[in-house]
Design a protein around this ligand. Sequence first.
Ligand SMILES: Cc1ncc(COP(=O)(O)O)c(C=O)c1O
Length: 380
Amino acid sequence: MRFATKAVHSGGEPDKATGAVSPPIVTASTFAQDGIGKPRGYEYSRSGNPTRERLERAVAQLEGGKHGLAFSSGLGAITTVASLLNKGDHVIMCNDVYGGTFRLFDRVFSNFGIRLTRIDARDPDAIARAAKKSTRMVWLESPTNPLMLVLDIRAISTVAKKLGLLVVVDNTFASPYLQNPLKLGAAVSLHSTTKYVSGHSDMIGGALAVSDEEVYERLKFLQNAMGAVPSPFDCFLALRGLRTLHLRMDQHSKNALAVAENLQASRRVAEVYYPFLPSSPYHRLAKKQMSQGGGMVSFRIKGGYAAASRFLDSLELFSLAESLGGVESLAEHPARMTHSSLPEKERRKMGIGDDLIRLSVGVEDTVDLVEDVKQALDSV
Ligand SMILES: Cc1ncc(COP(=O)(O)O)c(C=O)c1O
């Protein structure tokens, strides 16, 4: 079955009891049992819920994994994966990650004795150089947030496998439609389903896809033991989003490429970060591991913070807002918004300056979006 068919049918099969073609939202917290120790399939919704299971199955199928797990937020999924680690374990993380991921390791898991080394993972051999006896995990994002670097997931996974390290890829920016990290050798593919998976900026959620049975069993245990599970209603919203993921991602990618090309042509723009621009240093690699570029575009505007602020104020169709992946276009200033939780030194090291703007290009008409960006640049 091809992706579009799986997207429409995975998790959306007619309900066995009623024939309903839209997934029923089972809100029950607990389930009647046929006798002591004889549950009919479900016991308590933290450990298992029919609506959540549909979503988990769908995520697994769309990612090409054996198992899926759903969470109450992307960070809930990240926290659960990080809880595979023990005191004294060491993690290698790519430099450019979502600020909340770095904050969690830097300010929470460090208190439990988990140590972190950040590296420029564009060189896969940097993994071997940073690895210690205590290293257990490699944490990647690709494309990265917000600089749109593309990391070679297959090459990194090959190096990591030789060292016995678990590779986790935050696949939020690409979505399961554009990239499948498990097929490239990663052990865990992670999503903030808040973004492209649900796609309408109306819920907060997270998900994992895995194939290794042992890793799955440990994560399943942690999901129940830690309790960061999503509500059935949010699972329904994520399932509904998945059914149109391919259609939305096609339009996001088409619009983002057009916006990126127009930004590149502007004398007011210093640099554009979009891996599917032929001029991008990541173009070849991106085309190898992704089917399209997705909806995220970042760029540096000439004139620093003042120009960035004027540009953002002048946009009419793009709302100034954090988050990404919804049908509507959004724009934001990473240094003062999504990545403000990073210490300034970290931000500078990563290259997140006051001139950087990140766009989440929506699914509106391509020409309207390009015209909006042009008029906002003209207003700077
Ligand atoms: C790449 C990435 N991963 C994870 C997260 C965290 O997800 P959530 O906000 O659903 O907790 C975000 C949020 O912006 C993100 O951009």
